[in-house]
Design a protein around this ligand. Structure first.
Ligand code: ADP
Ligand code: MG
Length: 277
């Protein structure tokens, strides 16, 4: 756990003020080391997207500290914060945010170009990222010439391009069929095995099985945190070659984001399945 990429310490995020204030995060502490993939689960409104936004320096905490590669996001000037985001953080948004007037390769290369790399170098990296996801043929297509699933995979390629140390994904498999979805998770897993730190919001236990740990949120708090399949001492790199379309590990023992014993009234109610918000 020495090479921490993300460290969140007693983090609060309050939206609004006065009696209508919402504590989207209510004292969350979390670390993600290089090589680790951490899944975040929890019901709609539990603070998952807020957590991801803070982890990616897209938003700042009301209180507490968020550090990326040892730098507190609250202490950076806006220009340095923007540079940190561009260089270190890859984000797959729920709404894809692809730019319609740019091709897939241009969309993917854009963050590198903004960071001062040559167009040819950005193009090469973008084509490489598309290749990694098996999407070579999409390089010169515009978003409206792709299916929803293809757009989503291009957005994932954009998040993985370059040497991002921190990769954040909010339900990245939403529009994908299950086989393609597993393929995307395999790429995310491979990135983490290659040294990135990953944070994955999901409500499917099957997807969380790709993670080293699962963190459960409820009402802005971490209510439980587990090793995904109870093997904390297993060496890293075990996920690098799963059978085609298959997770390389069994699903976690915990199949639903159950509340801890201290909140028995919330367990097993109808409609208690975690859903996305
Ligand atoms: P999740 O992703 O788990 O569904 P969110 O992080 O989106 O949860 O939201 C957590 C809580 O914070 C919810 O109650 C939500 O309504 C509230 N919230 C999120 N963003 C805002 C905002 N910009 N303004 C006010 N309330 C917000
Ligand atoms: Mg959300």
């Amino acid at each position: 756990m020495s090479d921490l990429v993300l460290r969140m310490t007693d983090v609060y995020r309050v939206h609004g003020s006065g009696p209508t204030a919402v504590r989207a995060l209510d004292g969350v502490s979390l670390t993600v080391a290089a090589g680790e993939l951490v899944a975040v689960m929890g019901p709609s409104g539990s603070g998952k997207s807020t957590l991801l936004n803070l982890a990616g320096a897209l938003d700042l905490p009301t209180a507490g500290v968020v550090e990326i590669d040892g730098q507190s996001t609250s202490s950076l000037r806006p220009a340095d914060l923007a540079a940190l985001r561009r260089r270190r953080v890859g984000v797959v948004f729920q709404d894809l945010n692809l730019i319609p007037s740019l091709t897939a390769a241009e969309n993917i290369g854009l963050p590198l170009e903004l960071d001062g790399r040559r167009v040819s170098e950005a193009r090469r990296a973008a084509v490489g990222a598309l290749h990694e996801l098996g999407l070579d043929e999409l390089a010169d297509r515009y978003p409206d010439q792709m299916s929803g699933g293809q757009q989503q995979r291009v957005a994932i390629a954009r998040a993985l391009v370059g040497d991002r140390r921190l990769v954040l994904a909010d339900e990245p498999t939403g529009a994908l069929d299950s086989l393609t979805g597993e393929g995307v998770l395999a790429v995310l897993r491979a990135r983490c095995d290659g040294g990135a730190a990953g944070l994955l919001v999901t409500h499917e236990a099957r997807h969380a099985a790709w993670a080293d740990r699962v963190v459960y949120l409820r009402d802005g708090r971490v209510v439980d945190s587990t090793e995904a399949y109870g093997a904390p001492s297993m060496p890293r790199g075990r996920h690098t070659s799963p059978p085609a379309g298959m997770p390389s590990a069994p699903p976690p023992a915990t199949t639903s984001p159950a509340a801890p014993a201290s909140a028995p009234t919330l367990v097993g109610q109808p409609g208690e399945r975690a859903s996305e918000g």
